[in-house]
Design a protein around this ligand. Sequence first.
Ligand code: PXP
Length: 239
Amino acid sequence: MAKLAVNVDHVATVREARGIDEPDPVLAAGIAELAGAECIICHLREDRRHIHDRDLRLLRQTVKTRLNMEMAAVEEMINIARDVYPDLVTLVPERRQELTTEGGLDVRADPDYYRNVVERLKDKNIRVSFFVDPEASQIETVHQAGGDIVEIHTGHYSEARTESEAEERFIRIAKAVEKAASLGLDISVGHGLNYVNVKRFHSLSQITEYSIGHSIVARAVLVGFERAVREMVELVRPF
Ligand code: PXP
């Protein structure tokens, strides 16, 4: 049965909007685990725009399931990962101007570099996942570089404007899943998945994990809004 991995970055984004200490992504992670999430993800960006080093280190101490540290494959992050010991690392491309991760990592551009990164992480017993577009050649290179897991980028699928575009993009993902399965890689999917478009993936039984962040945080704001307002109404009412 597939597992849900919850990305808590955007809880930190709300915190950073005020520059204070709430809402705390570490508390959100605990609630996610109580609700059944089997992995917590956070992306420590080079610019620290949402998750901070403090969050990562506290998550390492408090997460009971598995901690997945998303990161760029750069020296600073490799050293932090080797120090913090997340259960797994997901290597992603990172551009400072982007609002969120915009595409898969081009592993083919430098397989030797990535092989070396994998070795340095595995040396510390950290499993390595690569976030790639649904392309057979990228998935083969992940396998050759020694990756354990391939996370297939579903962002383009989630942005499809018509049903036929969605179907065509879903078929590309389905083929990529087949390819990864044939190589014995663990398979996860993520980016842009929400309460509507995730259902189509039921047919792809080789997927072991779903990485989902934004839509869960967005829904939490709305499903929790009424209760939050009621609680404040009680507090401001004259006795
Ligand atoms: N997977 C990867 C590699 C990501 O970078 C992100 C976004 O941080 C996600 C999954 C989750 O995407 P979303 O927030 O759109 O659910």
